[in-house]
Each structure stands twice: as structure tokens, then as C-alpha cells.
Design a protein. Sequence first.
Length: 148
Amino acid sequence: MIDTQGRQLAGLVEDVMYYFGAQGMEEECCGEKISLGEFRALRTALRLDVCTMQDIARSASVTKSGATRIIARLEDKRLAHREQDQKDGRVCCVTLTGEGKSLLSRIEEQLTNKMLKILAAMEPAMRDILLISLNSFLQTAQRQMTGK
């Protein structure tokens, strides 16, 4: 039973990632002139107090040199910039520019509006079940993956 549920969940997660992640983002993200990797890098840099190139690499599923290329493109577009960490000069930190924050806000608003339309079409009880279940699943996954 759990084996079948595991396969079913893996397929559902993949479908959710397709429809709400990379779909339409191969060339450009949400009609903007950035790639999926660039979008993930912007989102990561905004969410972390100190965002390193390793954080960018992890979030975009690329190597550190791939992360460096992504950030270079974002710098060329004036969406982010790099600076050396004050405590450890070997560490490079990424921060967003005002333009980068504004772009990310517009993209997240578009994604949220897309989600709101879908949620509005669901019965309220099913929305509650979905949110409770996803929160529980993600909390359990985080504990399993981090050992906390």
C-alpha cells in the first residue's frame, strides 16, 4: 500500500512542479526576460539574510560555476550584485537590487494569482485539506532531510 502511495505522490509532486514551476519558464519566466535558474536565484537571494554562491547553486540545481554564470547574467540585467562577505573574504554574497526585488515581486504576484484562481474553483473544505496536508508533508520531509 505505502509503495503505491509513494509512487502516486512522486507523480503528483512532479506534476505540481511542472504546472507551477518550470512550465513556460524554459526560455523566460512568466513573460519576463529571465530563466528558471535566474528566477530561483533571485528568490533564494531575497529569502536568505546571507545568500552565498553555494546557496544559489543549491537552489538552481547547478554547480558553483553554473551559479556564478547565473549571477553574472543577473548583474548584467541589474537585478542582483555580488560582494565579499565582511567576516570571510573567501565567501561571495548575493543581494538583489531594487529592480531585482521589483521583478521578483511581479513574478510572485503572477504565480499567486494563478494559484488563487485554482483555489477559488475548489471547495473550501478541500482547500483546507490540501493546505494542511502539504504543510504536514513538507515539515516531515524537512525533518527527514535535515535530521532535525
